[in-house]
Design a protein around this ligand. Structure first.
Ligand SMILES: [Zn+2]
Length: 160
């Protein structure tokens, strides 16, 4: 999934929950910021490594349990991994999900494309159209905030 869409999903999660939107977005940004950087400078050969590894749960869970800020960041990070998994499966590359176990497991035939070549590979894929749908959902949410008569406004408190 494309980086901006991960941030969008985190913002939507924040809109639909009581979690901090900025910290959800920070958590959702971490996997790609870390792993794309490591890949681009040549420290690793793949672009889904430490930041995309579920082994980080040993760090994320204590942070989530410690404070609501950490919980938001951990949920944002988890949303990134979840939506990358959806993208890999619906794009017909389920074996790529093995990257979630890095460094214990790695995909047998990873794409290993840097960000810009990946973008051109990705445009037009089934997951790309899912992302368009997510952006449309976000547009509806924003419109409902601007036009409360559309009926999607979050209710705060009891009766209105
Ligand atoms: Zn990712």
């Amino acid at each position: 999934m494309l980086f901006p869409t991960h941030l969008l999903v985190a913002a939507i999660l924040g809109r639909l929950s009581t979690l901090s939107i900025p910290w959800l977005v920070v958590g959702a940004a971490v996997p790609d910021l870390v792993d794309k950087s490591l890949g681009l400078v040549g420290i690793v050969d793949l672009y889904h490594t430490v930041g995309h590894s579920v082994l980080l749960l040993v760090v994320a869970v204590p942070i989530a349990l410690y404070h609501s800020t950490g919980r938001a960041a951990a949920v944002g990070w988890g949303s990134h991994l979840a939506f990358d998994t959806v993208h890999m499966v619906i794009n017909g590359r389920p074996a790529d999900v093995l990257s979630l176990g890095w460094p214990v497991t790695t995909p047998p035939d990873p794409l290993a494309l840097p960000p810009i070549p990946f973008l051109f590979h990705y445009i037009g894929s089934p997951s790309f159209f899912l992302e368009i749908a997510l952006w449309l959902v976000a547009a509806v949410i924003v419109l409902s905030d601007i036009r409360p008569d559309l009926g999607m406004r979050r209710r705060v408190g009891g009766d209105e």
